[in-house]
Design a protein around this ligand. Structure first.
Ligand SMILES: CC(C)(COP(=O)(O)OP(=O)(O)OC[C@H]1O[C@@H](n2cnc3c(N)ncnc32)[C@H](O)[C@@H]1OP(=O)(O)O)[C@@H](O)C(=O)NCCC(=O)NCCS
Length: 182
């Protein structure tokens, strides 16, 4: 990534305006791929969501940002389940600004989020990805995520149906797919 300095850290309330600016810069294609586990993207909803994350004391969701200069160029989020029987699982979403894609930032944020999840005692990180989003699928496979299942024609955009793949990273030997019978 040359010598561009990238800072990765957990979102704080003071970052709200920069995160909103980040979302307004995303192309339609990036948004089209992000919508699956992403935030609702109209500006009012992003504002409400960021306030909710702040007010909830970040117990239910953690947002991670990549910063270059004074701009947010990438963002990831982990959402935690509260029910006792699902507390070992969290969901993951990620989006990088168009001009910064393909430069290793996605991989860095993923590593950062996975370390955070491990430290929190999470045993399974779950995500879903459109089947036609090959870039994201490659990234997830490289990080060790495996396919759990495929939802056929799960979502329809402008008359075009898209399949959705459910993928998971198992952080604890005990819960790896080949070790359990369900
Ligand atoms: C998918 C996304 C998060 C990946 O982040 P990124 O910063 O672009 O990816 P990285 O540069 O860290 O690359 C990680 C891996 O992704 C894959 N990748 C990156 N660019 C790629 C490209 N143009 N084509 C295919 N695979 C590509 C490679 O496997 C790469 O690993 P490598 O560098 O060892 O070859 C990012 O491109 C993005 O935000 N896309 C739009 C929104 C989206 O799809 N979000 C995910 C929703 S599930």
């Amino acid at each position: 990534m040359n010598d561009t300095e990238i800072t990765l850290r957990v979102f704080e309330p003071r970052d709200s305006e920069k995160v909103i600016d980040f979302f307004t810069r995303l192309s339609e294609n990036t948004i089209r791929n992000y919508t699956r586990f992403g935030f609702p993207l109209d500006i009012d909803s992003v504002k409400k969501h960021l306030s909710w994350v702040t007010e909830s004391g970040s117990e239910m969701e953690k947002i991670f940002i990549a910063i270059v200069g004074d701009k947010v160029v990438g963002l990831g989020h982990l959402t935690f389940f509260q029910k006792t029987w699902k507390k070992h699982v969290c969901t993951l979403g990620i989006v990088i600004e168009d001009g910064w894609q393909g430069k290793g930032i996605g991989k860095s944020i993923m590593n950062y989020m996975i370390s955070f999840a491990k430290q929190k005692g999470i045993k399974k990180v779950w995500l879903s990805v459109y089947a036609d989003n090959l870039r994201a699928r490659q990234l997830y496979e490289k990080m060790g995520f495996v396919v759990e299942g495929i939802f056929i024609n799960e979502e329809i955009f402008g008359g075009v149906a898209r399949h959705v793949i459910s993928m998971a990273l198992f952080l604890d030997e005990t819960y790896k797919p080949d070790k359990t019978t369900g």
